[in-house]
Design a protein around this ligand. Structure first.
Ligand code: 5GP
Ligand code: ZN
Length: 120
């Protein structure tokens, strides 16, 4: 069983924000912003590329509820999904990072020499 399946199953404790039959939201153990919540499907889906339209629709509604519960609706927030090796995904169970509570920077994702200009 993967790490986030164990969190869903309460084998590993987490600081929960919200849950329903299909999804769980809990605070990231190593927050990168004043609010940093992870949202996962309860069933094991490895990565964003594997989720279907129905589940993604439900997940979107759930994420909106989490953001509202955290008081982020008015000032905004950022959603991040790391997908696969180049995306930097470390836990291979789909999760959305919900970040907020401060004005977020827009970081440099790669070294300057690796930035593509071909679409400009
Ligand atoms: P990824 O790099 O896969 O997109 O993000 C994995 C996230 O899971 C990281 O932000 C990391 O801090 C978080 N994380 C890893 N292990 C645990 C854990 O045991 N509990 C919680 N709450 N978060 C975790
Ligand atoms: Zn899993």
């Amino acid at each position: 069983m993967c790490l986030f399946c164990k969190i869903v199953d309460n084998q590993i404790p987490s600081n929960k924000v919200l849950e329903d039959d299909n999804f769980l939201a809990f605070h990231d153990i190593s927050p990168k912003a004043p609010i940093h919540v992870l949202v996962v499907p309860k069933k094991h889906i490895e990565k964003f590329h594997d989720i279907d339209a129905k589940d993604m629709g439900l997940m979107s509604q759930f994420i909106q509820k989490v953001a509202t519960k955290m008081g982020l609706e008015k000032n905004g927030y950022r959603l991040i999904v790391n997908n696969g090796p180049d995306g930097g995904q470390e836990v291979m169970h789909l999760h959305f990072h919900l970040l907020g509570g401060a004005k977020l920077n827009w970081p440099h994702f790669v070294n300057p020499e690796d930035r593509a200009k071909k679409f400009l």
